[in-house]
Design a protein around this ligand. Structure first.
Ligand code: A2P
Length: 263
């Protein structure tokens, strides 16, 4: 390794890629070895990437695996001219990625006050931090009912979330912990499916309330939101209209938001 590269690698960990799954022509997930000393809270993100021209090219990625898992999983979009994802999408088993091992984020239990129902609203790859949260036993110790929603343009984009929820049902230990506490609602906006429309519309017109047995209520419900800027703004506006107060790590509240980071 030349001197420049070894200097660039200071402060970052190299992680071997174990496997890659291409879900659609625009999304893929991959698993990496987790450094033994790397600790994070389910729902957090870290800076990951590749060495490009001798320097680390890093972007913020939510960790999709739960904090107990010995692997680290990431779920990514592919952007043809995206500086990182145009390269990352060609990862192969055995390749190495780099990670700055300093996880941060607000989509964590510490940023929420206790409650009865936990709503996890996502669009597209914004489901990634919730893939972590819904596989964390702490989530079911803290909440009686966990509702994960994902809205995508087309049906096949919901496959990652469907597979994720199926994997919980068939997991020996998790299935027992989760029981019937998890509800998954996947909706589409540009392809005809049984569940159509943006979740913001579902909340406003009562379809969500009908599906889960009651409208959102700041007295008992807690909310995490992850998606595009526009999606975050709209969901945040709904929460605030309903009287929810935004939380943070230093001051827990009734809802928290985080941008789904893309190139
Ligand atoms: P729509 O097809 O009506 O725009 P994108 O790929 O543009 O990020 O969108 C992913 C999904 O998120 C799409 O189904 C899209 O619906 C939906 N979406 C986009 N903007 C918002 C928003 N402001 N509030 C709720 N859902 C949104």
């Amino acid at each position: 390794m030349n001197q420049e590269v070894s200097k660039a690698l200071r402060g970052v960990a190299l992680l071997k890629v174990r496997n890659i799954h291409h879900w659609t022509d625009r999304t893929f997930s991959f698993n990496c070895e987790r450094p033994q000393s790397f600790r994070f809270r389910s729902g957090e993100f870290a800076m990951i990437g590749l060495i490009v021209d001798g320097k680390p090219l890093l972007r913020a990625y939510s960790i999709a695996s739960p904090s107990w898992d010995e692997d680290l999983e990431f779920y990514s979009i592919k952007v043809d001219d995206g500086p990182l994802t145009s390269r990352l999408q060609h990862l192969k088993e055995g390749d190495e990625i780099v990670m700055r091992p300093k996880p941060v984020g607000t989509l964590v239990h510490d940023a929420l006050l206790p409650g009865k129902r936990l709503f996890l609203f996502s669009t597209g790859t914004g489901i990634a931090p919730f893939a972590s949260v819904i596989r964390d036993p702490e989530t079911y110790e803290k909440f009686d009912h966990v509702i994960l929603t994902q809205t995508c343009r087309e049906a096949h984009e919901l496959d990652y979330g469907k597979h994720l929820c199926e994997s919980i049902v068939t997991h020996e230990l998790l299935s027992e912990i989760v029981g019937d506490k998890l509800t998954h609602i996947g909706t589409t906006t540009r392809e005809e499916t049984p569940f159509m429309g943006r979740m913001t519309d579902w909340i406003r017109d009562g379809r969500l309330a009908a599906a889960v047995g009651g409208q959102l209520d700041p007295a008992t419900d807690r909310v995490m939101i992850c998606g595009s800027m526009a999606m975050l703004q709209d969901h945040k506006a709904i929460c605030e209209e309903m009287g929810f107060i935004e939380g943070s790590n230093s001051e827990p509240g009734q809802f928290v938001i985080e941008k789904a980071f893309v190139d």
